[in-house]
Design a protein. Structure first.
Length: 235
């Protein structure tokens, strides 16, 4: 498993769970693979172990896997905190997680504001579309996203945090653009804080307050179930 210039490896015989595995496109990445997907009909695409089930109530024993990955899935789960709890439950102490949802899904994606023409919308829609370049800009994120992350860390206190995220109204009728069907908007720093507040270690997070600037890459987490929960505020 890799992230930018970081490379995280597991042993050749490590058991790996792919959460939201779809048609099993990644089943040959590792020898000891298990795919989990809510669609039982996907089983015909597998020549390795496949289990039909939901990410929020996985049919696996505690500590069953050496590593878990989930790619472009968590943004489609109505209760992502339950999924994170289950992911953490089924990986062994010291095991690795590689999490890459679509971070920062936009509330306007469901109606395709980025992809559609101005003429498709009434006055209100035109005003929304006109503001999108500003709201998508790096300066806007620096002046809104970074302070929000700092406030969340400051208010988290000690012990396990609850996952804060924004619910989205998905569009299952027209797929105008990427993440039109996302049901939640997850922040990378928020998810990292959720794990760290339970004693886990983020292996690729920026140090201290620099992490407030971290965006869009995967999270690589080492699960430390024998460590006590700790304060989550970066120093």
């Amino acid at each position: 498993m890799s992230s930018g210039s970081s490379c995280i490896t597991v042993s050749k015989n490590a058991s790996v769970l792919d959460v939201g595995s779809g048609r099993g496109y990644l089943q040959d990445v590792v020898p000891n693979y298990t795919g989990l997907d809510i669609a039982a009909s996907a089983a015909k695409h597998y020549h390795k172990r496949f289990v039909a089930g939901t990410a929020t109530a996985m049919p696996f024993a505690d500590d069953e896997f050496d590593a878990v990955w989930s790619i472009w899935v968590l943004e489609h789960i109505p209760n992502p905190e339950a999924a994170l709890s289950e992911i953490r439950r089924v990986v062994r102490p010291g095991g690795l997680l590689y999490l890459l949802p679509a971070w920062d899904c936009k509330p306007w994606a469901a109606q395709g504001y980025d992809a559609r023409r101005y003429s498709d919308f009434g006055l209100g829609g035109k005003l929304i579309k006109a503001t999108i370049p500003v709201r998508n800009s790096e300066p806007f994120w620096l002046f809104t996203g970074v302070p929000n992350r700092a406030l969340r860390a400051a208010s988290a206190g000690s012990g396990p945090t609850r996952l804060h995220y924004r619910r989205l109204a998905p569009n299952y009728e027209e797929y105008w653009q990427a993440d039109s069907d996302a049901v939640n908007d997850l922040d990378e720093a928020e998810v990292a804080m959720w794990f760290e507040s339970r004693g886990d270690t983020c292996l690729n997070c920026l140090p201290g307050r620099w992490r407030y600037l971290q965006r869009e890459g995967p999270l690589v987490i080492r699960v430390n179930k024998d460590r006590p929960a700790r304060r989550t505020r970066p120093t």
